[in-house]
Write a new protein. Sequence first.
Length: 111
Amino acid sequence: MTLADAIRKGAMQREKGTGRLYDADRNLSCALGAAAEGMFGPLEQQVDVYIADALRREFPALHCYLPSGRCVQCPDCKETSWLWDVVGRHLNDAHAWTRERIADWLDTLEE
């Protein structure tokens, strides 16, 4: 499963949230929280740091540079950062992209 596929699958579980991976009390998840739920199932009993570690193990490009040795550029503001930051802090939070739109953009990176 690709990161984009995991986001799409997880996005069906909750409404979109910002600022943290997921908020079980408010039934929200960000793009990365959706990816975690798409990969691992419901997150109610898990702690954000463990989810982040599991995602980084499953998708190593999130934790560090892409295999090409470069960071990625935010398609909205053009700032360059790690993929984790571009997906979570830029596209999901700052630019308010939908999780599905983020997944579509990720598909262009994986081609």
